[in-house]
Design a protein around this ligand. Structure first.
Ligand code: Q46
Ligand code: ZN
Length: 312
């Protein structure tokens, strides 16, 4: 199998593109897919400051790497959840990458430690308020990333969601006809109101397998194991189903998700209608000032309940 571009020996085959690439041409392909995503969705420009949400997994570290190689000003934030046997290892991978590659590029790694800032690890917090761990985790991560981005004047927040993640999420939203979620499922969500950072997903044109290959070929160490709390999640099931379809018919995930984006773009002008909708319903949280639809935001409500239960 030879590289379709330079004809030397290929290191990876991409059935969905009916192509194979050697390492330099594959890196070029990955960089090109990210550049196309940034341009097509008007995610950010050369002068913007980007905050990448990193977890220690392949996707977010590959995203940070690609943005730095493309010459963007990209810092990163890692939220240490304090999950035994998982968080320490994932933090190590993030710090290793930051020391080896990011810092020499003058990029900064910010760290938020849940145990220190919220007074308990994520599992303990979730138990205290009687909520599933992933739901408490989602609230804390969303809040902390948004707060860091807004308070430290980043223009945009970038996450490592890839084509597999977005196609699986779309399948879930369609299976349950979650109209509200379908409306908001987009690779680029504008900073609709003061206090909400713009959020983008520059990896939506690349698959999980392509990003794993990019990380391995570029010697980016990452935590291979999923977070133990993800076990049994519906999203993993949807990914399995889509992988089955992809094996039988390469390009299925891409056609499914990109097709949805095309139809969505034709159907309505997303940024304006959403901004208007949000403007009408959001106000500052009485406790922290971040935008919310209620008197107090869900993070502050959660922390108030947890604090009542945390032994001093
Ligand atoms: S990190 Fe957090 Fe995920 Fe782990 S606890 Fe659940 S939500 S599974 S993306
Ligand atoms: Zn609040």
């Amino acid at each position: 199998m030879n590289c379709v571009k330079c004809k030397t020996k290929a290191v990876i085959g991409l059935p969905r593109h009916n192509a194979a690439f050697c390492k330099p041409c594959f890196n070029e392909f990955v960089h090109d897919q990210v550049s196309r995503a940034i341009k097509a969705e008007r995610m950010f420009g050369r002068a913007d400051r980007i905050l990448v949400a990193v977890s220690g997994g392949k996707d977010s570290l590959a995203l940070w790497d690609v943005l730095l190689k493309l010459g963007y000003h990209a810092d990163a934030l890692y939220v240490d959840l304090g999950i035994p046997g998982y968080s320490a290892k994932s933090r190590e991978e993030v710090e290793r990458y930051a020391d080896r590659v990011a810092k020499p590029c003058h990029a900064t790694l910010l760290i938020h430690t849940v145990q220190e800032e919220e007074g308990a690890g994520i599992r303990e917090l979730a138990d205290l308020i009687n909520r599933p761990t992933c739901s408490a985790c989602g609230t804390i991560k969303r809040y902390q990333f948004n707060r860091a981005a807004v308070e430290q004047d980043y223009d945009v927040m970038a996450t490592g969601h890839n084509l597999d993640d977005e196609a699986a999420r779309l399948l879930g939203n369609v299976l349950h006809w979650q109209d509200d979620y379908l409306d908001k499922q987009s690779p680029s969500l504008p900073a609709s109101v003061e206090g909400f950072a713009k959020k983008v997903k520059p990896l939506y044109r690349l698959t999980e397998r392509e990003l794993a290959a990019y990380a391995v070929l570029n010697r980016i160490d990452y935590i291979v194991e999923e977070c133990p709390m993800a076990k049994g999640s519906k999203l993993l099931l949807y990914k399995e189903v889509l992988n089955r379809l992809e094996t039988e018919s390469p390009g299925t995930k891409q056609r499914f998700y990109w097709g949805f984006l095309e139809k969505q773009a034709k159907a309505r002008p997303v940024p304006t209608s959403m901004a208007e909708k949000d403007q009408a319903t959001l106000r500052p949280c009485a406790t922290c000032g971040q935008p919310t639809t209620a008197e107090t935001c869900s993070y502050c409500k959660m922390m108030a309940r947890a604090k009542a239960g945390i032994p001093r």
